[in-house]
Design a protein around this ligand. Structure first.
Ligand code: FAD
Ligand code: DHB
Length: 387
């Protein structure tokens, strides 16, 4: 088989890239290792920036998001049993929307089906060949070996994919910071604790009250990353969450059985450059942020913005976008990496913080409450820097 762009990975970045290119007349094949139900079953991000919303609308996949998503024009930040609101709308004129990654991915699959896009599931042993010359990709499916010849390869295969590893060691520079804790998350069929998200700093560790809709809540607490999940019964989770949220919220909060429970490690990771000859890296394949700033999915979408434009321009005879993809994407990636690191550090309890470290965090949060300048800095980053 031959295609113009072979996309490895059928998560949000691979599907959105395929959708935008197809609408512009550029031919793609998406190779996904898992089946569709598995991809749609992964509970991940929940908050979309305005720029992400616009990208989805422009790609023809914004209708259900606009109908069913919840626009938030601010968020709560809490410490020492007190919370205050940071008003994104007042500080920046911008808002975010609560609409789960699962729903975004479902909308993208539906749109790909409707346009007759090619997404090959259960593609095993995907391998990249000759990305420095005449690229092709091989994979195995139903016991047979297949080959896709292409002009370009887009590595949209997440942190554990094969694409990044295809770039020679002496070309790729990576930097990584692993945080000394994880996030234990649950989903429950309960009313959200508050109308907007609550990010809480507490002596016992971070907590986040989030949601998917008015009957579905998502909560996270900072926890040791190697804690066995069976240590965290639903009751143990709710007890710990309530201790970390302001009392008034904790007392009024509805609780119930969890319908999903998982623990995720936190890391910052950036690989550069994001292009090597005919191979591009996109989204989590190139970078990971800790989830505190809700940036992971949004960064994947901004990468797709730069890359889709670059490839559309390439087929119109202009290669500047291809030449500058890595530099443009990384400029935004590093800024989001900085914001995610800052907000993670501010809100979590680190093993060596001590009393001084925790007091400094409380004082910074108090300053955030009192300073319009500080709130503007936070809001501008949270709603998303311009593309
Ligand atoms: P992915 O969503 O990882 O998609 C990559 C796809 O490639 C997958 O479908 C995978 O099956 C496929 N693939 C992998 N290897 C191969 C291969 N060899 N061949 C073919 N296909 C392959 N972000 C937030 O903002 N908030 C959150 O709360 C949050 N929670 C997260 C929790 C977890 C456990 C993880 C892993 C991430 C979380 N993120 C969160 C980050 C966010 O989900 C990601 O940034 C986003 O999914 C990136 O999209 P992507 O398409 O680049 O990568
Ligand atoms: C969610 C996850 C985040 O990392 C975040 O910052 C906000 C919300 C969520 O899953 O709802």
């Amino acid at each position: 088989t031959r295609t113009q762009v072979c996309i490895i990975g059928g998560g949000p970045s691979g599907l959105l890239l395929s959708q935008i290119l197809h609408r512009a007349g550029v031919d793609t094949i998406v190779l996904e290792r898992r089946n569709r139900d598995y991809v749609l079953g992964r509970i991940r991000a929940g908050v979309l920036e305005g720029g992400t919303m616009q990208m989805l609308r422009d790609a023809g996949v914004g209708a259900r998001m606009d109908a069913e998503g919840f626009v938030h024009s601010g968020t709560y930040v809490a410490t020492r049993n007190r919370g205050f609101r940071v008003d994104f709308q007042a500080m920046t004129g911008k808002q975010v929307i609560v609409y789960g990654q699962t729903e975004v991915t479902k909308d993208l699959y539906d749109a790909r089906d409707a346009m007759g896009g090619t997404v090959i599931h259960d593609a095993a042993d995907v391998a990249i060949h000759d990305a420095g010359g005449t690229p092709h990709v091989t994979y195995r499916r139903d016991g047979a070996q297949h080959r896709v010849d292409c002009d370009w390869i887009a590595g949209c295969d997440g942190f554990h994919g094969v694409s990044r590893k295809a770039i020679p060691d002496d070309v790729l520079r990576t930097t990584e910071q692993v945080y000394p804790f994880g996030w234990l998350g649950i989903l429950s069929r309960t009313k959200p604790a508050a109308p907007e998200l609550i990010y809480a700093n507490h002596d016992r560790g971070f907590a986040l009250a989030s949601m998917r809709n008015d009957q579905l809540s998502r909560y996270y607490i900072q926890a040791p990353v190697d804690d066995p999940l069976d240590k965290w019964s639903d009751d143990a989770f709710w007890d710990e969450l309530r201790r970390r949220l302001p009392d008034d919220v904790a007392q009024a909060m509805e609780t119930g059985p969890s319908i999903e429970k998982s623990i995720a490690p936190l890391r910052s990771f950036v690989a550069e450059p994001m292009r090597w000859n005919r191979l591009f890296l996109v989204g989590d394949a190139a970078h990971i942020v800790p989830p505190t700033g809700a940036k992971g999915l949004n960064l994947a979408v901004s990468d797709v913005h730069y890359l889709s434009q670059a490839l559309i321009e390439h087929y119109a005879g202009d290669d500047e976008g291809v030449a500058r993809y890595s530099e443009r994407a990384l400029a935004r990636v590093w800024k989001a990496t900085r914001f995610s690191w800052w907000f993670t550090t501010l809100m979590h309890r680190f093993p060596d913080d001590g009393h001084f470290g925790q007091r400094m965090k409380q004082a910074e949060i108090d300053y955030l409450e009192s300073s319009r300048a500080a709130q503007t800095v936070m809001a501008e980053n949270y709603v998303g820097l311009p593309f």
